[in-house]
Design a protein around this ligand. Structure first.
Ligand SMILES: [Zn+2]
Ligand SMILES: [Zn+2]
Length: 258
């Protein structure tokens, strides 16, 4: 049984599914994918995500505004908490810092205050955080520590950071989620890090429609491609496919409980 902990169901390329996201979900189900979390990226897109996940007990959402979404509605704490109370919402995010895009000081300030707002909302809701991290490892760990995010924990999604960052995050009660990047030829460093992460602290994700795994790299990604990542990871870690995927699903359900 597989779990896709990060898949943008509202952003999939549905051209081979008659434009119907539920057909794409059904295709994933035929490959053994049971649970899917579709993360929030903007408030504008949130109702569409809710509409998709509300139809199915095994689909979940999170609420948040992505750090690179600077030109969308910027919510207040109360608004985040209000949407976060929905029972289909199991986490707060995507939030975090993306200093690859946010190069200038003003953008970094804006991202930082939005990040702290999400941490507060997650603490009020007692739900875990979904963290997007790019070129800001140290800053993220510093903020999570100072804001006492250990009380709620969460996940570093689409992990590409250092071993030191992974270990610091695990100490703060976070999971480390690996995407199709782990299958890329040049990801040797990431593979070496993955081997050092305790299995019970791992999640996996497609991050569809982005980052399709090898051998489909470059194509639009979809949740039905998750088995390529799971198989690759099980081989890398030298465990059976079944025990790996069951452990990942157990981790995900534990993550959802916060
Ligand atoms: Zn992200
Ligand atoms: Zn994402």
């Amino acid at each position: 049984m597989l779990t896709d902990s990060h898949c943008h169901l509202d952003g999939l390329d549905l051209s081979s599914y008659d434009g119907d996201v539920h057909k794409a979900i059904a295709a994933a189900r035929r490959k053994g994918v049971k649970y899917i979390l579709s993360p929030g990226v903007t408030f504008e897109a949130f109702p569409e995500i809710l509409k998709i996940v509300e139809t199915d007990n095994d689909l979940f959402a999170s609420v948040g505004v992505h750090p690179t979404e600077e030109n969308v509605y910027q919510p207040t704490l109360t608004e985040l908490i209000t949407l976060g109370q929905n029972k289909k919402v199991v986490a707060v995010g995507e939030t975090g810092l993306d200093f690859y895009y946010g190069k200038d000081e003003a953008k970094r300030k804006q991202q930082t205050s939005l990040f702290k707002l999400h941490i507060k909302a997650a603490q009020e809701l007692n739900k875990p955080l979904i963290i997007h991290a790019r070129d800001a490892d140290q800053e993220i760990i510093e903020i999570l520590t100072n804001e006492d995010a250990k009380t709620i924990g969460g996940v570093l999604h689409c992990f590409t950071g250092s071993l030191a960052m992974a270990e610091a995050a695990i100490d703060l009660g976070f999971y480390i989620s690996f995407s199709g990047i782990i299958t890329f030829r040049n990801a040797e460093n990431l593979r070496n890090i993955a081997k050092k992460i305790p299995l019970e602290k791992m999640l996996i994700e497609t991050d569809a429609p982005y980052l399709a795994p090898v051998p489909l790299r470059g194509k639009p990604n979809e949740p039905a491609y998750l088995p390529y990542i799971a198989e690759f990871m099980a081989n890398l870690l030298n465990v059976s496919y079944e025990s790996f995927t069951n452990q990942i699903t157990e981790n995900f359900l534990r993550f959802c409980k916060g």
